[in-house]
Design a protein around this ligand. Structure first.
Ligand code: DOR
Ligand code: ZN
Length: 420
C-alpha cells in the first residue's frame, strides 16, 4: 500500500502542516511517502451521506451502486446510506445484501444499505426488519423514503421493533391525505401558477405525531429532508423534551425556493418541494443551532425521460452528491468545524458507521477529503460523474472544489477526478 504525505494541508482551517497516511490510517511521519501537494487545501473527515438514492437494483439507467459511489467520492464522501426505494424494494435480507456487496465491489465509498419499513413500501405490513438487521449488511436504519409510513399503528410497531437493536426509523414526513395531487409548495406561488399545493402542515403534522410516538416508545426517530420553519419548531420542542430524534436538511432546501417553479422546469420539482425564503432562513438557522443535526443530500438521480417532460409528469428529485459541499459552503461560509460536524461526524454517529467521521488524528482510519475553498466553478450537468444530469444548479457558480478523497488511505479521487 502506498504511503502518502499530504503536504501543507490545513486541518479544518488550522495552520498548514503535513498529514501522513500509511496502511489505511493517519500516521506519524513516513520517510518514503508519495507527496500530494495540498498547498491552500483544507482537509475534512470524509463526508457521510445518510440519504442517497443509488437506484440499483431496477433503475440502472439512472444510477448504479458503482456510478453513484463514484459521484459520492467526487463529492468528497467516503460513506453513503442507500435508500430502499429500489426495484425490487430493499425489504429483505437478500436485496440489502446485494446492495451491500455491490458497494464493496465498487470500493469507492462504504455503502450502507437502508432497509424498507414496510413490504414493498406499501405501508401495510412490516418488512423483515430483524432479518435485514442480522444480515451481512447489518442494517440499522429503516425507511420507506419516497413514501411516508402514514399508518400510526404501523409506525409505532416499527419503532418498537427496532428498539431491541437500537435501530432507527427514518421518516419521509408527508401526510398523504394532505398532498394528493400536489405539484409544489402550497403558497402564494402555487396560487399564482394554479398548481396544486403541498402544504407545510402535511410535513409538520407527521413530525409532531412521530416525535410523540418515539417518546412514547423510547425509540430513535430520524426525520428526512426537513423543509419548513414549522417543522423546525416541532423538532426544537421535541428535543427540549429529550425525545430521541435527529433530523436532516438537504442542500437544495438550504438554498433554493419555490419561486423557481415559475420556470416550469421540472429540474426544480422535488419532494418535499422547495419552500419559501422564510423557510430557507429558518432551516439555515436550525442547522447552525443544531436543531437540525445534519445535511443529507437526498441524491435522487432520474433518467432523462423522467425529468425532461411536463412538470406534472416529471419525477421529483435532484442529484446532489457532487454539489453538496459547495452548496453548504455557499450557505455557511468556511465554518469548517461546523461543516465537519454536520456532514461527517454526526451522520456517521447516527448511522453507527465506525471509522467514519473521526478526527484526523494519528491512528484513526484515513477517510478524508481535500477541498480548495478558493476555487469557484460553474456547475455543468455534462461534467457530472453521476449517470444522471438532473442538477438544479446548472450554470450556477459555486465555491469550493473537491480535489482529493481518500478511503482507508487509498485515493478514490485525485485532482478532482475519480481514480477508478
Ligand atoms: O424528491 C424526491 N425524490 N423525494 C423522495 O422522497 C424520493 C426521491 C426519489 O426517490 O426520487
Ligand atoms: Zn423522501
Amino acid at each position: 500500500m502506498t504511503a502518502y504525505r499530504i503536504k501543507g494541508v490545513s486541518l479544518l482551517g488550522a495552520e498548514p502542516a503535513d498529514l501522513f497516511v500509511r496502511d489505511g490510517m493517519i500516521s506519524g511521519a513516513v520517510a518514503d511517502a508519495e507527496t500530494v501537494d495540498a498547498d491552500g487545501l483544507v482537509a475534512l473527515p470524509g463526508l457521510v451521506d445518510l440519504h442517497t438514492h443509488l437506484r440499483e437494483p431496477g433503475r440502472e439507467d439512472a444510477e448504479t451502486v458503482e456510478t453513484g459511489s463514484r459521484a459520492a467520492a467526487v463529492g468528497g464522501y467516503t460513506a453513503v446510506c442507500a435508500m430502499a426505494n429500489t426495484s425490487p424494494v430493499a425489504d429483505t435480507a437478500g436485496v440489502v445484501e446485494q446492495v451491500w456487496r455491490l458497494g464493496r465491489e465498487a470500493g469507492l465509498v462504504d455503502v450502507q444499505p437502508i432497509g424498507a419499513v414496510t413490504v414493498g413500501l406499501a405501508g401495510k405490513q412490516l418488512a423483515e426488519l430483524g432479518a435485514m438487521a442480522t444480515s451481512a449488511a447489518g442494517v440499522r436504519i429503516f425507511s420507506d423514503d419516497g413514501h411516508c409510513v402514514a399508518d400510526p399503528r404501523l409506525m409505532r410497531r416499527a419503532l418498537e421493533y427496532v428498539k431491541a437493536f437500537d435501530g432507527i426509523i427514518a421518516q419521509h414526513a408527508e401526510e398523504p391525505r394532505l398532498t394528493e395531487g400536489a405539484q409544489m409548495h402550497e403558497g402564494e406561488v402555487s396560487t399564482r401558477l394554479g398548481l396544486t399545493g403541498w402544504p407545510a402542515v402535511a410535513e409538520e403534522a407527521i413530525i409532531a405525531r412521530d416525535v410523540l410516538l418515539a417518546e412514547h416508545v423510547g425509540s430513535r426517530l430520524h426525520v428526512c429532508h426537513v423543509s419548513t420553519a414549522g417543522s423546525v419548531e416541532v423538532l426544537r420542542h421535541a428535543k427540549a423534551r429529550g425525545v430521541r430524534v435527529t433530523a436532516e436538511v438537504t442542500p437544495h432546501h438550504l438554498l433554493l425556493t419555490d419561486e423557481l417553479a415559475t420556470s416550469y422546469d421540472p429540474v426544480f420539482k422535488v419532494n418535499p418541494p422547495l419552500r419559501t425564503a422564510a423557510d430557507v432562513a429558518a432551516l439555515r438557522q436550525a442547522l447552525i443551532d443544531g436543531v437540525i443535526d445534519i445535511v443529507a443530500t437526498d441524491h435522487a438521480p432520474h433518467a432523462v425521460e423522467d425529468k425532461e417532460c411536463e412538470w406534472a409528469y416529471a419525477r421529483p428529485g435532484m442529484v446532489g452528491l457532487e454539489t453538496a459541499l459547495p452548496v453548504v459552503l455557499s450557505v455557511l461560509g468556511e465554518q469548517w468545524e461546523l461543516i465537519a460536524e454536520r456532514m461527517s461526524r454526526t451522520p456517521a454517529r447516527i448511522a453507527g458507521l465506525t471509522g467514519h467521521g473521526t478526527d484526523l488524528a494519528v491512528g484513526t482510519p484515513a477517510n478524508l477529503t481535500l477541498v480548495d475553498p478558493s476555487a469557484r466553478r460553474v456547475v455543468d450537468p455534462a461534467g457530472l460523474t453521476s449517470r444522471s444530469r438532473n442538477t438544479p444548479y446548472a450554470g450556477t457558480t459555486l465555491p469550493g472544489r473537491i480535489v482529493a478523497t481518500f478511503l482507508r488511505g487509498e485515493p478514490t479521487v485525485l485532482d478532482g477526478k475519480a481514480v477508478k
